[in-house]
Design a protein around this ligand. Structure first.
Ligand code: DC
Length: 229
């Protein structure tokens, strides 16, 4: 069977990563979480005092970018890929509300995107990958064999995200999560470089009323259909 690139884009907290991880698991493909890369750059900015209010100081971040080394390693215990920032495992820290709150302005900076896109394209050179994000089907892999655009209603996405954060021990409210998601979606969709948008040839999956297993079945069917062509 030919090796493919699967590009999964969509709104914040719509279940893209659950979908992408499961598809990678059953197909033996490598899963790459492109959002984790923007989150890790944001964590670096927070730790190095590079924020000026809501946005990072562009000049200092441009200089710092060469000192930011990102990588992924599989955790042998869980079999899951985890994000490393300059050799340090930051998988937990990059999922905090603080990082979620600051990441969109970082991801809107053109030179940050240029560098991340370059690294993402290098990770996909050998194919056999499932990558999720916002611009994977439009900018990173415009020739991906399978492109999915995932969405769900804002209320359902906020509820799912709240459950995830609460399970991790973060204290927050539905209103706060909904506010963060709407703000991120607005910044992500309206930025100049690599805005969140559906690729013309992407297949839309609205999972508001789908269970995880229904969603997984649907995605695997689409994958198999294209892989056999
Ligand atoms: O998928 P996520 O929530 O972990 O993404 C974090 C942020 O990074 C999100 O606000 C949008 C941004 N992002 C992006 O601009 N481009 C990508 N390919 C992936 C994420």
């Amino acid at each position: 069977m030919k090796k493919m690139v699967v590009a999964i884009d969509g709104h914040s907290s719509c279940g893209k990563s659950t979908m992408a991880k499961e598809l990678a698991r059953v197909t033996g493909y490598t899963y790459i979480d492109s959002g984790a890369m923007y989150r890790a750059v944001t964590l670096y900015c927070l730790e190095h005092g590079l924020f000026k209010g809501d946005a990072p100081d562009g000049e200092n971040l441009r200089k710092a970018l060469r000192d930011i080394h990102l990588s992924f390693q599989t955790n042998p215990e869980t079999g899951r890929s985890e994000t490393y920032l300059n050799g340090r495992n930051v998988e937990k820290e990059i999922r905090s509300m603080e990082v979620a709150d600051k990441v969109s302005p970082v991801a809107a900076i053109g030179f940050v995107r240029e560098e991340m896109v370059k690294q993402q394209q290098a990770l996909g050179r050998e194919k056999g990958i499932v990558m999720d994000g916002r611009d994977i089907g439009t900018v990173v892999f415009p020739n991906a064999e399978l492109k999915l655009f995932v969405t769900a209603s804002p209320e359902i996405r906020a509820q799912r995200r709240l459950e995830e954060l609460t399970a991790k021990g973060e204290s927050t409210t539905l209103e706060e999560v909904l506010h963060n998601l709407s703000k991120r979606d607005r910044i992500d969709s309206t930025r100049k470089d690599g805005p969140l948008k559906k690729a013309v040839d992407a297949i839309v999956i609205d999972n508001s009323n789908l269970s995880i297993s229904e969603q997984n079945r649907k995605v695997l069917e689409l994958f198999e259909e294209i892989a056999q062509k």
